[in-house]
Design a protein around this ligand. Structure first.
Ligand SMILES: Nc1ncnc2c1ncn2[C@@H]1O[C@H](COP(=O)(O)OP(=O)(O)OP(=O)(O)O)[C@@H](O)[C@H]1O
Ligand SMILES: Nc1ccn([C@H]2C[C@H](O)[C@@H](COP(=O)(O)O)O2)c(=O)n1
Length: 206
């Protein structure tokens, strides 16, 4: 079984996927972390994120490992856990440029398609491109303001600045962020996290 949960930035994909996966007793896989790790390593090496080839060669020398833990995925580069650094603002600002390269997308997709089902996969194009064969597909949305307010509760940043950055990232990620035609779209704005998870579990179990 493969369940896909796609959606816009900060719509709740990771929190919801973790809850759904735990309820089903299967792992969840956060594809965005691979794009974020590629961005972090590119920034650390002072590479131009607008150029795919040098970044890809750099990544091929530094193999990454995605650990799909139920409480939250982790990304390792050898013994180094990159996870705590993947949600910093510099990575948020650079990740869309990295995710726009077809070569980088192929690099991420290859790693995801090697994973043995069952799992819940979350991201932008899990239901459309990476796992079109998935048995159940969902797409999460919420207004930029609500998403910014949720993020502001986690980070010591101004809500208006978070909202502006989310709107900008939505625009840059639009190409790969369309819902699959067979995905159920859920507006998480008026719902609690538990209600979103329950709605998806209902859909998965039929
Ligand atoms: N009804 C809800 N549905 C989903 N998430 C919610 C809800 N209410 C609050 N949240 C909170 O919204 C925040 C953002 O969720 P999360 O980090 O899972 O989003 P994401 O889509 O994975 O983000 P990103 O795109 O940045 O990786 C979390 O703090 C989560 O608990
Ligand atoms: N399947 C995916 C997953 C992620 N991305 C890009 C778009 C985002 O800006 C970035 C980080 O993802 P997030 O942590 O916000 O889910 O990675 C993508 O293009 N395709």
């Amino acid at each position: 079984m493969i369940v896909t949960i796609d959606g816009v930035a900060a719509s709740g994909k990771s929190s919801v996927s973790s809850g759904v996966a735990r309820a089903l007793g299967i792992p969840y896989v956060s594809s965005g972390l691979l794009y974020r790790a590629a961005t972090l390593l590119g920034l650390e090496a002072r590479l131009d994120l607008g150029e795919a080839a040098p970044l890809l060669s750099h990544l091929q020398m530094l193999p990454l490992r995605l650990e799909p833990l139920p409480e939250g995925n982790r990304i390792w580069q050898g013994e180094r856990d990159l996870t705590p650094q993947l949600h910093q603002s510099a990575v948020d600002a650079g990740v869309s440029a990295v995710a726009a390269h077809p070569e980088l997308r192929a690099w991420v997709d290859e790693q995801l398609r090697r994973l043995p089902p069952p799992f819940v996969a979350e991201g932008r194009d899990m239901g459309t491109n990476v796992f079109p064969q998935a048995g159940a597909k969902f797409y999460l949305t919420a207004s930029p303001r609500i998403r910014a307010e949720r993020r502001a509760a986690e980070r010591p940043e101004d809500v208006d600045a978070i909202e502006a950055a989310l709107v900008e990232r939505d625009a840059r990620d639009r190409v790969q962020s369309a819902p699959a035609p067979d995905a159920r779209v859920i507006d998480t704005g008026p719902l609690s996290l538990e209600e979103v998870i329950a709605e998806i579990l209902k859909g998965v179990k039929g």
